[in-house]
Design a protein around this ligand. Structure first.
Ligand SMILES: Cc1cc2nc3c(=O)[nH]c(=O)nc-3n(C[C@H](O)[C@H](O)[C@H](O)COP(=O)(O)OP(=O)(O)OC[C@H]3O[C@@H](n4cnc5c(N)ncnc54)[C@H](O)[C@@H]3O)c2cc1C
Length: 317
């Protein structure tokens, strides 16, 4: 089984989710994991990907500088015509959600989107959530020569280096694209990627007001982490939408999740339950978050957090 990963990069940066997809590829491959990176000047990305792929195909052309579904599909199909992938993995980002169906249609392949688990031991089975996370379903895909999957970010963070080789392919899009790239418009906020942070300090509704977020920021800074929030915190506008953890937000898997006044509702827990270490501070000893936390402090965050900060200051001198 050859598992291909289409790498995503934007504005000069490789999206780390590409490495997560290679971790998955290495876990399910029977033959090899292959990354494909298309762009204008992407040798650096190819070298980075090669650490986690048996093989990296790199195609460099001016016309591939920015993502365009037409040129990407065109070039990828030229590669796939020779290489015959068994599985093609894309991130479940706007890039993968756009490109995945194009490729699936061209390959006449079944596609499953936003998958969170893959089992390739007997055909191809995937797990994904339905009904906004209330139901997790295992699906067996219709038997096919090739499958296309878009994979949720933040799920396959662990993997080992395999150190493969990079090969540059001399391929160009066979015809000019009808659509032209105009410009990137960056969202107003979003400089923090909570899915990539090792330490995530998460505030819940009990933080009470936007002005109290600073307390969490202070703690996060001392720990070298970032601040995220539960849905009410986002709905109240106390933190931007891209900081929300949960089924309608992001999935995180940090080394440490520290929850401050988060109750632990099912919809929130689905986005953080796989964190390596979960610590919760909540004044209600019956709060469901204590059911998933390894360590819990029953107390008022406005007393416990300043005390924690004080202790950390002492330790740091
Ligand atoms: C379709 C759907 C999708 C959803 N998606 C998401 C999602 O993606 N993410 C998400 O988070 N939620 C989501 N929700 C909402 C979810 O059901 C909960 O309402 C939400 O997670 C609760 O957030 P919370 O824990 O911050 O608030 P609450 O449930 O109100 O809990 C606040 C907690 O803070 C504690 N507390 C209060 N003051 C203090 C204090 N001073 N010190 C210590 N503890 C204190 C309280 O004891 C309580 O446990 C979704 C809901 C639906 C229906």
């Amino acid at each position: 089984m050859k598992v291909f990963v289409v790498a995503e990069h934007r504005m000069g940066e490789l999206n780390p989710v590409s490495i997560e997809l290679l971790n998955l590829a290495n876990a399910i491959k029977k033959d090899s994991s292959v990354a494909v990176v298309l762009g204008k000047d992407v040798k650096g990305f190819a070298d980075e990907l090669a650490k986690f792929a048996d093989k990296v195909y790199m195609v460099q052309d001016d016309s591939l500088e920015n993502y365009n579904p037409e040129t990407y599909t065109d070039v990828l199909m030229q590669i796939f015509a020779k290489e015959k992938p068994d599985v093609v993995l894309l991130p479940n980002t706007s890039f993968g959600i756009d490109l995945g169906p194009y490729l699936a249609a061209k390959l006449n392949a079944p596609i499953a989107t936003d998958v969170v688990a893959v089992d390739a031991s007997d055909g191809l089975k995937v797990s994904k959530y339905f009904f906004q996370g209330k139901l997790m379903t295992d699906l067996k895909l219709k038997e096919a020569d090739t499958y296309v999957l878009t994979v949720r970010q933040g799920v396959f963070k662990e993997g080992e280096e395999v150190n493969g080789a990079v090969e540059e392919l001399d391929i160009k899009p066979s015809k000019p694209a009808r659509r032209q790239f105009v410009q990137y418009i960056e969202p107003e906020v979003g400089e923090v990627d909570i899915t990539q942070a090792d330490i995530v300090v998460t505030v819940g509704r009990g933080i009470e007001d936007a002005s109290n977020i600073e307390l969490a920021e202070q703690l996060a800074e001392m720990l070298g982490g970032v601040v995220a929030g539960s849905r009410p915190v986002i709905d109240n506008g106390w933190l931007p939408k891209d900081r929300q953890i949960g089924i309608s937000g992001k999935t995180v898997k940090p080394k440490l999740y520290l929850g401050l006044a988060v109750s632990g509702a099912f919809q929130h827990v689905m986005g953080m339950k796989d964190s390596e270490l979960i610590i919760a501070i909540n004044k209600d000893p019956e709060a469901p978050i204590f059911g998933v936390a390894q360590y819990g402090i029953v107390g008022d965050i406005f007393e416990v957090v300043p005390a924690l900060i004080e202790e950390l200051e002492k330790i740091k001198g």
